[in-house]
Design a protein around this ligand. Structure first.
Ligand code: ATR
Length: 262
């Protein structure tokens, strides 16, 4: 029997246990997936091992630590500097992966011919999306309201919203959690309108709520998507790693989506 868990703080809101357990049950696998509220990142490795887990998902704020403690680190996770999926071998060796990046790419696979992307926000999510797009040969710009976090984006073009000269992108992505709890936009409305007018696609990492960003998208002639598919695909890719399963992606995704509606 496999024991799996998601670690984070806070963690009670996490949808991962429901998603994974429904896929486990529906596929008839012998495993259980639970959640663990971690208070101190220094205890991450110790807990993974003492709980005898065979795999884990790691969420905010422990994704950087998840990469640090790993013995094997997937290339994409190293580039991004964080991991959201860990596999623990029987010898106690930990392998780290980032399934947010491929999850994002898979979720926008219906958006064709993206050559130039603008990501709003410069947090950990932004970094995963930026590297995912760069990996596909897309020219990436990251814009943010303040300078400090842009320092970590020297691998791509970056600027303050107020200094953004370029206005024509194929896709505009909101990577911030702005709009989740409040009714605000990630940047100035006039700027965002200008960007959306020029764009073909838009994407918001937030799901389960129509954000002001998505509401604004509806006024423009573009295709847009929220973060639900990304949530599902990062889960599907983690599940494949946990169980070493291939060729069941659509089925796993279907069971994970079903869990969200239970
Ligand atoms: P993560 O991406 O790691 O989940 P986050 O805390 O959700 O991180 O988002 C961080 C990003 O959202 C940062 O770019 C932050 O901007 P600052 O670097 O200037 O703090 C951006 N952000 C957070 N609140 C914002 C707001 N009210 N308006 C605009 N951007 C905001």
């Amino acid at each position: 029997m496999k024991f799996l868990a998601v670690f984070g703080n806070p963690i009670s809101h996490s949808k991962s246990p429901r998603m994974h357990n429904n896929a486990i049950k529906s596929l008839g696998l012998d495993a259980i997936y639970t959640r663990y509220l971690l208070n101190d990142e220094k205890l991450l490795k110790e807990k993974l091992l003492s709980l005898k887990l065979s795999g884990a998902n790691i969420t905010v704020p422990f994704k950087n630590e998840a990469l640090k403690i790993a013995d094997f680190k997937d290339d994409m996770a190293v580039k991004i500097g964080s991991a959201n999926t860990l596999i623990i071998g029987e010898n106690g060796k930990i392998s780290a992966y980032n399934t947010d990046a491929p999850g994002f790419l898979q979720s926008i696979s219906t958006f064709k011919n993206i050559k130039k992307a603008l990501i709003l926000g410069a947090g950990g999510t932004s970094k995963a999306l930026a590297f995912a797009l760069l990996d596909k040969g897309v020219e990436v710009f990251v814009a943010n309201r303040s300078k400090e976090r842009l320092k970590e984006f020297s691998f791509c073009q970056n600027s303050l919203y107020s200094d953004l000269n370029e206005k024509k992108f194929d896709i505009v992505i909101n990577s911030t959690s702005v709009g989740l709890k409040d009714d605000t936009l990630p940047c100035d409305e006039a700027l965002l309108k200008e960007l959306l007018r020029e764009s073909i696609y838009a994407f918001d990492v937030i799901y389960g709520k129509e954000t002001p960003f998505i509401k604004l998208c509806k006024n423009f002639n573009l295709q847009y998507k929220d973060g639900l598919e990304m949530l599902l695909w990062q889960g599907v890719f983690a599940f494949e790693l946990f169980f070493n399963i291939k060729n069941k992606q659509e089925l796993i995704k279907k069971y994970m989506l079903e869990a969200l509606n239970l």
